[in-house]
Design a protein around this ligand. Structure first.
Ligand SMILES: [Ca+2]
Ligand SMILES: [Ca+2]
Length: 539
């Protein structure tokens, strides 16, 4: 695209004060701690400053520990899955989800039942996890820019670089960063680079004709072999790395492509989810009659089709079974890697972390895809296992993908850079009941936030409209309680948890960028104004 998505008038007119959000700074990015846990904060700060992190207040520069030889540190195996929602057996997001290998990993570690991405989109989510900075701090909201094009992230020590600078050999294959960044030698991220991100075999023609006609938006089965799939080759590469002798501790990253679209699966995986017994996700008719119109602006026009298309074309079941089958196939590849790890000399000295960058709707709230602040888009699998991690733990406290960086640092006895906005999950990896004073916050585009606490989800859009759901009573988020007088205290408590500041989109932002002018009410989606009375596009 050649247009500039940032009309100057938009940015100059927008200011945080007029949006009603306090700009009072807080080092952790939150305005106030949750009152119920207020007492924990001083203890936690004390723990950080006196405990295992002697240089917690150091600059962004990585301080290298010399008292422990790097050779003694645990290895790290990081497994990322693209667009994997909570349709994972142990997360119970779908009753037919079948992921025995991921379930087994959870059984030997700690599974976070209430973990959420920082952005429901690849680039901002991964940029956040790998730099430890919120989208609302970096201004990375869209599929561009890449992190090194952003002033505040230009010199950030990323997660792989952090391990590399601390004596680790860093290896990667598949999708870790969004786009090509990280694979080049001059990026100074990885010592060893394996196969790229690729779905692999493709049918000669698209299997489904969707309204957008986007080449990636496709699903189903056709004649091909598992061995011809990108994720199979990725797992084979990871197995090879685990079979090698490594002179230094390793930080091995594997990023699976599926179940990102196109959800292409071989017949044997497809047949595991017969259409006759397939369970479709629960969808309430007119579910969006009680949500703000602004919610539509977050996914105004996308390549992914609406539910109406799936119903009218008879494709809903096909998409659901293709997604479930893709997940099971990826689980099988995860299993190949984990079996290789168990058979290797590194079995007892390797931290394993598994995460997805965000979720995916398959009809809920009348849409497919991501780009929402609801549970199906924000909830992700997050599992840690290995030395120092409790076995069979289930943690209900809110957790963020932002916490991965400081958690891995602490598990490897390394001081995380002070610029981190997440918080180590190690207390929960030792005792899953340890309370956390922080909610999980997901941000999509400037000033739209979802706040997840233990029992509630609160959403505030840039125009000030709100949603509130009692997640334990209403896990499908069908009843918006924001205007219910019985819940105003909860509403107030959650408003106070919104990020203290929220920066405008970084220069060069594009693709999925939504702009809103609080003074005029002007809405702009991907460079084009949206009239206030425009009908919601039915794509
Ligand atoms: Ca993704
Ligand atoms: Ca509703």
């Amino acid at each position: 695209m050649s247009h500039s998505p940032f009309p100057t008038t938009f940015l100059s007119l927008h200011n945080l004060q007029s949006s009603g959000i306090s700009t009072r700074p807080r080092s952790d990015g939150l305005r106030h701690p949750r009152p119920v846990h207020a007492l924990y904060v001083p203890f936690f700060v004390l723990f950080l400053c006196l405990g295992a992190h002697p240089s917690c207040c150091a600059s962004d520069d990585v301080t290298k520990i010399t008292e422990n030889s790097p050779e003694a540190r645990p290895n790290v195996l990081m497994i990322a899955i693209d667009d994997q929602n909570d349709w994972i057996g142990c997360l119970n997001g779908h009753p037919q989800a079948s992921t025995p290998n991921i379930d087994h990993l959870a059984q030997r570690g700690v599974l976070f039942l209430n973990a959420h991405c920082q952005s429901p989109l690849c680039n901002p989510s991964r940029t956040s996890l790998l730099t430890g900075r919120r989208p609302s701090s970096s201004g990375v909201y869209g599929l561009a820019p890449s992190l090194r094009q952003v002033e505040v992230l230009k010199n950030t020590t990323t997660l792989p670089q952090f391990f590399r600078q601390n004596g680790y050999e860093t290896l990667m294959a598949g999708k870790i960063y969004h786009g090509a960044y990280g694979r080049k030698k001059e990026d100074a991220e990885f010592d060893v680079v394996g196969p790229g991100s690729d779905v692999g075999a493709r049918p000669p023609q698209p299997l489904v004709v969707t309204p957008s006609g986007h080449p990636l938006v496709d699903w189903g089965t056709f004649a091909h072999r598992d061995e011809d799939k990108g994720d199979y080759k990725l797992a084979s590469w990871a197995v090879e790395q685990l079979q090698k002798k490594h002179d230094k501790p390793f930080f091995l990253c594997t990023g699976f492509f599926l179940p990102h679209v196109p959800c292409y699966v071989t017949q044997s995986w497809y047949d595991r989810f017969p259409e006759d017994s397939l369970i479709l996700p629960a969808v309430l008719e007119n579910d969006r009659s009680d949500v703000p119109r602004f919610s539509w602006y977050l996914h105004w026009k996308l390549p992914e089709p609406r539910l109406r298309f799936l119903k009218e074309s008879g494709q809903w079941k096909n998409l659901v079974r293709s997604y479930l089958a893709s997940t099971s196939f990826v689980d099988d590849q995860v299993g190949r890697i984990l079996k290789a790890l168990e058979a290797s000399p590194y079995a007892d000295n390797t931290i394993v972390v598994l995460w997805s960058d965000h979720g995916w709707h398959l009809g809920e709230k009348d849409i497919t895809g991501k780009n929402t602040l609801w549970e199906r888009s924000t909830r992700v699998p997050l599992i840690f296992a290995g030395p120092g991690v409790l076995a069979g733990g289930r943690c209900k406290e809110p957790a963020e993908l932002l916490d991965v960086y400081p958690t891995l640092a602490e598990l490897c006895n390394l001081p995380a850079p002070a610029s981190q906005e997440g918080h180590s999950l190690v207390p929960q990896l030792r005792n899953t009941e340890t309370p956390r004073p922080w909610p999980a916050i997901t941000t999509h585009n400037h000033d739209n936030h979802g706040v997840r606490t233990r029992d509630w989800r609160y959403i505030r859009y840039a125009d000030g409209s709100e949603e509130l759901y009692h997640m334990t009573i209403d896990p499908n988020e069908w009843t918006n309680l924001a205007s219910n007088p019985d819940h105003q205290a909860v509403l107030m408590e959650h408003r106070a948890l919104l990020p203290a500041s929220s920066v405008p989109p970084a220069p060069g932002s594009k693709d999925r960028i939504l702009l809103y002018d609080v003074q005029t009410g002007r809405v702009n989606w991907e460079g084009a104004d949206v009239p206030a009375d425009a009908p919601v596009p039915e794509l």
